[in-house]
Design a protein around this ligand. Structure first.
Ligand code: DHB
Ligand code: FE
Length: 281
């Protein structure tokens, strides 16, 4: 059976793509963010995952307000970047892992998650940037199954449901008939609000507590309603749901995880940024 080996989390912001494109990793503005990645890249180089399941939120690119699935799973052979245009200007398509996609879709529907299956799926910065941040050199060495969670149009799925989805994904990964090594990635947040009266809102105390909870008490954040999460983390801070899904997947693999490395830096653009790598013990 496949082996679930790691959980990764990172913020996504289109400007990160611009910084990668311009080679600004050592620039004083960007360095505290990019410095979080080398220890994790080195560890991934030893762990050698073959496949990643990416929990991310589309931003109105593949799904718009007219058709907005709560949960959608990619089952495409390739995923093309079609972001707004101010990130990485040219990006080769990422390779899918169609066998795992359909295994996840079967397992999730069996567990009563009525997800949308997508044999075609354009992806934006939320799906592409984590792959460029964790594997910056050359062709991406992992295949991808994107799992998209709605954070754009209300009603959003509540935290406990997202955690349960993650758990079901983790169980399905481990029942996939394959000898591949799988990592799960969360792409989003942490606290941020891009518009309205509270534009620029960041909540460092909550973010740090949330990151700690992922180690010691992974269901801590499921006590909060979506409106409470918006209040505490900003309208776009609800992207932290991705991190809960990632952690839910790991809890399907075992009772304990350990922190490989983490970093927190505020702000990049309007966002509190974090990166985290968890190993399944
Ligand atoms: C920013 C943050 C996001 O999560 C996003 O999707 C787009 C932009 C920002 O802080 O600029
Ligand atoms: Fe976002």
């Amino acid at each position: 059976m496949a082996k679930l080996i790691a959980g990764l989390g990172t913020s996504h912001i289109p400007a990160i793509g611009g910084a990668i494109h311009k080679g600004l990793q050592q620039d004083p503005y960007w360095k505290p963010f990019f410095d979080g990645f080398p220890p994790i890249r080195q560890w991934l180089g030893e762990q050698k995952p073959d496949v990643v399941v990416m929990f991310y939120n589309d931003h109105g690119l593949n799904f718009f307000l007219d058709k907005m699935p709560t949960f959608a799973v990619g089952a495409a052979p390739q995923y093309h970047n079609a972001d707004e245009g101010w990130g990485i200007p040219t990006l080769s398509p990422f390779q899918g892992e169609v066998g795992l996609s359909w295994h996840l879709i079967d397992a999730l529907v069996e567990k009563e998650f009525d997800i949308v299956s997508c044999q075609e799926m354009l992806v934006d910065h939320a799906c592409t940037l984590p792959l460029k941040l964790f594997w910056p050199d050359g062709d991406c060495p992992v295949t991808v199954v994107p799992v998209c969670i709605n954070t754009v149009q209300f009603p959003l799925p509540k935290a406990s449901r997202v955690y349960a989805l993650g758990k079901a994904v983790g169980q399905a990964i481990q029942s996939w008939d394959s000898d591949k090594r799988v990592a799960v990635i969360a792409s989003g947040g942490l606290s941020h609000q891009l518009d309205g009266e509270r534009a620029g809102f960041i909540n460092k105390a909550f973010d740090l507590k949330f990151i700690d909870s992922l180690l010691s008490n992974p269901e801590w954040a499921t006590q909060f309603s979506i409106h409470e999460l918006v209040e505490k983390t900003g309208t776009q801070g609800v992207e932290l749901l991705m991190w809960l899904a990632m952690r839910g997947a790991l809890s399907a693999a075992g009772p304990k995880v350990s922190r490989v490395h983490s970093n927190y830096h505020i702000p990049i653009s309007n966002t509190a940024t974090a990166v985290l790598a968890l190993a399944v013990d």
